[in-house]
Design a binder for this molecule. Structure first.
Ligand code: ADP
Length: 251
């Protein structure tokens, strides 16, 4: 666990607008996430949820607005500042994106060695601890293709955590999995949410998971947050008609 006893604003979007051509995907969006919180983004497909995670990973840039992470500015910002701020952020993607030619251990040690400058031994020690955490301590030497999708996704979680990010972004991490493999991945993430103080920002269609782990749920529609609150409030007593419609369709 990292020492961060006093919650502070870890992520802040101020008036962020993102367009793809004529399509305004995020529309003057403002929201913030405090450190240690688990926040879930829900809402119809195409409402801009994944774009938020991609902005935080600097895979896309906004057209307007300011994005801050842990006191540093991610946009607008120079390359050097972006590199520093990005070190706070880890992401797990829908498609696990493991390096196919590297074994499991190397997948987890690669970035800490290359980006953080850890020695191979230090990185291996850290990786082994994390592989134990995700229940794959015995798979260090396997190649990704020898693992199930659920196991590969758990390696991807270990790989993200190996960089000791302050915030973990989870982008529909179970949507590419066979149904019987979903629970194992969600259980690992529930454990991480319970036993670490990492901040989580999740996009998910798994509403039970969202209800279990979230401190706050943000309901998106057409690139804006139309409603936010505790999972109890959003799932049991939503105020907005669009939220009721959405939950009616997915629950
Ligand atoms: P969600 O995660 O809520 O389903 P997304 O953030 O993935 O929504 O997408 C929001 C909108 O942005 C969609 O209309 C999608 O087609 C569009 N979009 C996302 N990425 C791109 C891209 N790289 N180029 C063009 N349009 C995109």
């Amino acid at each position: 666990m990292s020492a961060d006893p006093i919650p502070h604003e870890l992520i802040r979007f101020d008036n962020v607008t993102k367009r793809f051509g004529d399509n305004t995907v995020l529309d003057d969006l403002c929201f913030s996430v405090r450190s240690g919180k688990h926040v879930t983004l829900i809402g119809p497909s195409g409402s801009g949820k994944t774009t938020i995670l991609r902005l935080l990973m600097t895979l896309v840039k906004p057209d307007e607005g300011v994005i801050r992470v842990n006191g540093g500015q991610l946009f607008p910002a120079g390359e050097k500042e972006v590199r520093e701020v990005r070190k706070n952020i880890g992401m797990v993607f829908q498609q696990f994106n493991l390096f196919p030619h590297m074994n499991v251990l190397r997948n987890v040690t690669e970035a800490p060695v290359r980006v953080l400058g850890l020695s191979k031994d230090e990185a291996a020690e850290r990786a082994k601890g994390l592989l134990d955490l995700v229940g794959l301590g015995d798979k260090q030497n396997a190649k990704p293709a020898q693992l199930s999708g659920g196991q590969q996704q758990r390696v991807a979680v270990a790989r993200a955590l190996a960089m000791r990010p302050q915030v973990l972004l989870l982008d529909e991490v179970t949507s590419a999995l066979d149904p019987e493999l979903v629970a194992g991945v969600l259980d690992v993430l529930r454990d991480i949410a319970r036993t670490t103080d990492i901040t989580m920002l999740c996009v998910t269609h798994e509403m039970n998971f969202a209800r279990d782990i979230s401190d706050d749920v943000l309901m998106f529609d057409a690139g804006r947050v139309i409603e936010s609150g505790s999972p109890e409030k959003i799932f049991s007593d939503p105020e907005h008609e669009r939220t009721r419609e959405f939950l009616g369709a997915v629950l």
